[in-house]
Design a protein around this ligand. Structure first.
Ligand code: 5AD
Ligand code: SF4
Length: 471
């Protein structure tokens, strides 16, 4: 599974040097954010300095998302604007190359070149280690498409990742074999592929040495991870977490996104045994109706999900959960929707993402009868979102008065303020000196606002203490 545009749009924002400049914009999930960073690093090694101003860019890379129709339409409207910019720059004697990367590139391939003449290169998520070569060909006037799936580890062909703060992403697995009937990911990201344990451990170690305190392991079906270890055995996600948890300085581990069916006993036990594994889990259920879950090809029931949640909470009593929901999947009745609300009430989520069903060409869902009218979807979505928002606010309010370990990630919006994250992935604003950035400190939560908590350092003289603590 992936996460999407509203949450994660990000723009690379540093100007480094004269000479050629690249502007990279990433849409969609955290995997895309990671990929965009790796592309930027690679292009940096090739002499491109990053720019936050698209007008100045000799190279524009859109790292695209195809998960819902709106995400795709956004890309084509962006490309329309880039066509005009390219023409303007050309009139001033400046060349601009435009690259479409990511899942729209994979899904649409050469069709993008036909639909948008300004595009020079189309590169799928499995091929971007070949981007420098493609750009060289584009420099000769060729229009290039590369959407091959390869079995080799593309990550081993990319430069080593650079830490950009105390929290980092690390992709450990790509692709999905689950074929939920609404989802394009198995088609755009291909079959499940796990990186070897040694490569992941080495990358995590390098990040920790560069000051990273928290790593979020990424994969479309991350708990389906089955990488080869140094002895040639297959390691699951729990085994991998145990290896990572002992890396000095790496105090926090998270992973996303999981499928309930791949959450095995070993991983439940890891949540019990590893303090580094943060007590917050994104575990999408999509619907609370067994009929709809079956039509979605989720291969689990609502009861099974609830049982899994109970086992996780028995292992780690303070575990907070988040989920994805789709409303208006074809055939969804009022009763099916009520079953979803019922599941939400039973679990109590700390946060959620919810969407109207968006038929994606090529997926079985798009061909199903009984598509739900938009007005009905809208009404259901509003009701669902009101309920989960109430739960989210209640969860946040319950942290007031508690002292939580907070990883301070960067200076806050106001002078003297720092921004950090609780173990439950809540954003917190704290008054404190800037040299605490990159450390984990106990913070007493004083108040909540709709999108942030406010806290104060639990030890006023914390700056003079050895600056690390773990839950
Ligand atoms: N329509 C609506 N939501 C979708 N998602 C995936 N495909 C679709 C679709 N066709 C949602 C699911 C998934 C999340 C990443 O996006 O909830 O978990
Ligand atoms: Fe898509 Fe289902 Fe795979 Fe998640 S598990 S990426 S929703 S097919």
């Amino acid at each position: 599974m992936t996460k999407f545009e509203a949450r994660q749009d990000s723009i690379t924002t540093v100007d480094r040097a004269d000479g050629r400049k690249v502007f990279v914009k990433s849409y969609g999930c955290q995997m895309n954010v990671y990929d965009a960073q790796r592309m930027t690093d690679q292009l940096g090694d090739g002499g491109y300095a990053e720019t936050a101003r698209v007008e100045d860019a000799d190279l524009v890379v859109l790292n695209t998302c195809h998960i819902r129709e709106r995400a795709t339409e956004k890309i084509f409207s962006e490309l329309g604007k880039l066509r005009l910019l390219k023409a303007e720059r050309a009139a001033g004697g400046r060349d601009t190359k435009i690259v479409v990367a990511g899942c729209v590139a994979q899904a649409e391939g050469a069709e993008i070149l036909r639909r948008e003449r300004a595009v020079d290169v189309v590169v799928g998520p499995q091929s971007y280690h070949r981007l420098p070569d493609m750009l060289a060909r584009a420099g000769q006037g060729e229009r290039v498409v590369d959407t091959e799936f390869e079995l080799e580890d593309k990550f081993s062909r990319l430069p080593k990742p650079r830490a950009t703060g105390p929290a980092a992403f690390l992709t450990i697995q790509e692709g999905c074999d689950k074929f939920c009937t609404f989802c394009v990911v198995p088609y755009t990201r291909g079959p499940e592929l796990s990186r070897p344990v040694a490569a992941i451990v080495a990358e995590a170690r390098a990040l920790a040495e560069a000051g990273v305190r928290e790593i979020t392991l990424l994969g479309q079906n991350v708990n389906g991870y089955h990488g080869e270890d140094e002895q040639g055995r297959t390691a699951g996600l729990a085994a991998l977490c145990r290896r990572l948890a002992v890396i000095p300085g790496l105090d926090r581990l998270r992973y996303t996104t999981s499928h309930p069916n791949d959450l095995d006993d070993d991983l439940v036990a890891a949540h019990r045994d590893l303090p580094a594994l943060m007590p917050f889990l994104h575990l999408p259920v999509q619907s609370g109706s067994d009929r709809i879950l079956k039509a979605m090809n989720r291969r689990h029931t609502a009861a099974r999900y609830l049982e899994l949640v109970a086992r996780l909470r028995a292992a780690r009593p303070d575990l907070a959960l988040s989920s994805d929901f789709i409303v208006g999947f074809p055939g969804e009745t009022d009763a099916d929707f009520e079953a979803t609300l019922d599941l939400i009430r039973r679990v109590g989520f700390a946060s959620t993402f919810s969407f109207k069903y968006s038929p994606r060409p090529g997926t079985p869902g798009a061909e199903m009868d009984d598509q739900v009218p938009d007005a009905v979807m809208r009404e259901r979505l509003a009701r669902l979102q009101a309920l989960v928002e109430e739960q989210r606010q209640a969860f946040n309010a319950a942290t007031v008065g508690r002292t939580l370990d907070v990883l301070l990630e960067r200076p806050g919006r106001h002078p003297g303020q720092l921004t950090g994250k609780t173990p439950y992935l809540q954003q917190v604003q704290v008054e404190g000196p800037p040299d605490l950035v990159g450390t984990i400190v106990p913070v007493t939560i004083d108040a909540t606002a709709p999108n942030s908590l406010f806290g104060s350092l639990a030890h006023r003289d914390w700056a003079r203490q050895p600056a690390r603590s773990v839950a």
